[in-house]
Design a protein around this ligand. Structure first.
Ligand code: UDP
Ligand code: MG
Length: 317
């Protein structure tokens, strides 16, 4: 609607090659929507420089100086990670009075032409519009791990659509709710489906990254997955409890078998190899369970310290 102040939020980490092209495209889309009276002329692009060291901030500053670009931005003191950058963008959009905010990656791998469709869904009354990937450009390994993650997290009772991405629109009401979530480690992808607000999914084709490489290594994705699971489900702790119970039960059965063997001198029931195999299995399970519990304790430590999610160095408003 004509009075909808839209913010397009972009997290950037070393995106100097992508930014000029991406900004031009987004600027065109924003202006077309303003001309068509679909959004207010107060709408803007909000960039979060997540500690880039490749000249991204200089490009952002130049874009800010061109008033027609409608660029506002903040720069972090160092790299705080993509989740913190998105949260900072959304928090700033809220403070700047946006009625709706759309997050999209700086490499525009997500289909920016869907932005108008997102806004239309917002006008129809949706609080959240999620961009879901129709296809994936990642390699087989990353794709398999990602599918596994969504299966595991859904099995653990967390309601997240597979192939969900950080391309989504959220209403001001959602931004207000988000501002009440104070946890340091906030897994936003899980949060938005958890709110119970009116949500619409829109499917889009993923494009190849034009310049540079993905900023996510396998290990950083694994850490994000663990963070997502720990933030939204305590079920792994219950699984640990049942595992412990099951292993103890089988150990009792094996002990009874040993006693029977001793009492009745049943040498053919030696079972030594079985015992060894069992011990190795049980030790492995113990270490795994300690690891799972450790992950939760680590998260508690981070939350208790309650350090800021990010530190802002510079602002362009
Ligand atoms: N990003 C960020 N901080 C980081 C890593 C990434 O702000 O520490 C930004 C990055 O610049 C991009 C978005 O997050 O705009 C998604 O990153 P990328 O394209 O590398 O992820 P992929 O598409 O491979 O999932
Ligand atoms: Mg990308």
């Amino acid at each position: 609607m004509q009075d909808t102040k839209l913010a397009i939020v972009i997290p950037c980490f070393n995106e100097a090659l992508n930014l000029p092209v991406s900004l031009e495209k987004l600027w065109n889309i924003l202006h077309r929507m303003i001309d068509d009276k679909n959004i207010s002329s107060e709408s803007f692009v909000f960039l979060v420089d997540d500690g880039s060291a490749d000249g991204s901030w200089e490009i952002i500053k130049k874009a800010h100086e061109r008033s027609e670009y409608k660029v506002k931005a903040v720069r972090f003191s160092r790299n705080f990670g993509n989740q913190s950058a998105i949260i900072a963008g959304l928090e700033n959009a809220y403070k700047l009075g946006a009625d709706a905010a759309i997050t999209i990656d700086a490499d525009l791998q997500q289909d920016e032409t869907k932005i108008a469709e997102f806004v239309k869904a917002y006008d129809e009354g949706y609080d959240i519009v999620c961009g879901i990937r129709k296809n994936r450009t990642d390699g087989l390994f990353k794709k398999t791990c990602s599918n596994l993650f969504y299966r595991v997290i859904n099995f653990l009772g967390v309601n997240i659509k597979p192939n969900h991405s950080e391309f989504r629109l959220v209403s001001r009401r959602t931004l207000q709710i988000l501002s009440q979530y104070k946890e340091t480690n906030l897994f936003i992808r899980g949060l938005f489906y958890d709110l119970g607000l009116k949500t619409k999914d829109i499917y889009f084709d993923v494009k190849e990254r034009k310049f540079g490489e993905s900023k996510f290594s396998f290990l950083s994705l694994l850490a994000l997955a663990a963070k997502g699971i720990v933030s939204f489900s305590a079920r792994p702790l219950r699984i640990v409890f049942f595992l412990g119970f099951g292993i103890s039960f089988i150990s009792v059965l094996l002990a009874i078998a040993c006693i029977i063997r001793l009492v009745f001198h049943l040498n053919y029931l030696s079972g030594l190899e079985l015992f060894e195999t069992w011990e190795t299995f049980a030790t492995g399970m113990e270490i795994l369970c300690i690891g799972i519990i450790g992950e939760y304790i680590g998260q508690i430590l981070v939350e208790v310290k309650a350090r800021p999610r990010y530190i802002t160095d510079e602002e362009l408003k």
